[in-house]
Design a protein around this ligand. Structure first.
Ligand code: AP5
Length: 222
């Protein structure tokens, strides 16, 4: 358990397991899990004006404009100022977003404490994403080859229907990987330069990956 605010950024390519590990990390350290992908998908499913603007970018595998994502993040952070800290999953995704995040946290007398980079090969990513199924009701995520639901197409947690994400089509995944390399990967150098980047292998069972993340976080604290 942490005694002061702890703000963690989870970085990695699409399908690296950021969402899976962000949920576990947030639960273990009592932090808020803030996934811009989940927030955007929620806006899309509610048909809000933000969701309508964002949907086309997401379906093409492009980044949603910074201003839209930034507004959503500000609202969410301000609503949660009392949180012990956050696990940022999918934010920042470019250097401008990293600057915005620094500013927002500074207003709360906080900072990015540690950046955990989940390293996974492209082949593993393609295999994972093609097997991913997500629950439309509660957001639980499964994988047909590694973590299948007990009943085909049905969420174990809430009985909702499992679906393939619109942006998990192969050509869109390739576009997301290319956007990641061009726009997001340069952040690794930024955070390495600050001495707060920790690289962790994202390959292996979820428990193993989480234990590596925990070790990286504890090493930072000692
Ligand atoms: P977002 O939802 O953030 O997608 P992403 O970064 O591409 O990441 P994914 O959700 O695909 O994967 P993940 O790393 O979370 O892996 P997961 O845990 O699900 O963003 C979607 C879109 O929204 C973007 O393309 C963009 O358009 C927009 N967007 C979002 N944030 C934005 C921002 N800041 N600025 C602008 N636009 C933004 O795992 C993947 C699969 O692998 C699952 O099936 C899982 O069960 C399985 N799995 C997980 N761990 C393991 C393991 N250890 N072994 C085997 N399988 C595993």
């Amino acid at each position: 358990m942490v005694t002061r605010a702890l703000d963690i950024v989870l970085l990695g390519p699409p399908g690296a397991g950021k969402g899976t590990q962000a949920k576990r990390t947030a639960a273990a350290f009592e932090l808020l899990h803030l996934s811009t992908g989940d927030l955007l998908r929620d806006e899309v499913s509610r048909g809000s004006s933000l969701g309508q603007e964002a949907q086309g970018f997401m379906n093409r595998g492009e980044l949603v404009p910074d201003a839209l994502v930034g507004k959503m993040l500000v609202n969410k952070l301000h609503a949660q100022v009392a949180a012990r800290g956050c696990v940022f999953d999918g934010y920042p995704r470019n250097t401008d977003q990293a600057v915005l995040l620094d500013g927002l946290l500074a207003e709360l007398n906080r900072r990015v404490d540690i950046v955990l980079y989940l390293a996974v090969s492209d082949e593993e990513i393609v295999a994972r994403i093609s097997g991913r199924r997500s629950c439309g009701s509660c957001g639980a995520v499964y994988n047909l080859s590694h973590i299948p639901p007990k009943r085909d197409g049905i969420c174990d947690a809430c009985g909702g229907t499992l679906a393939i994400r619109e942006d998990d089509r192969e050509e869109v995944v390739r576009q997301r990987l290319s956007v990641y390399r061009e726009r997001t990967a340069p952040l690794l150098g930024v955070y390495r330069g600050r001495g707060i980047l920790r690289e962790v292998s994202g390959v292996g069972a979820e428990d193993k990956v989480f234990s590596r993340l925990r070790t990286a976080m504890e090493a930072r604290a000692s």
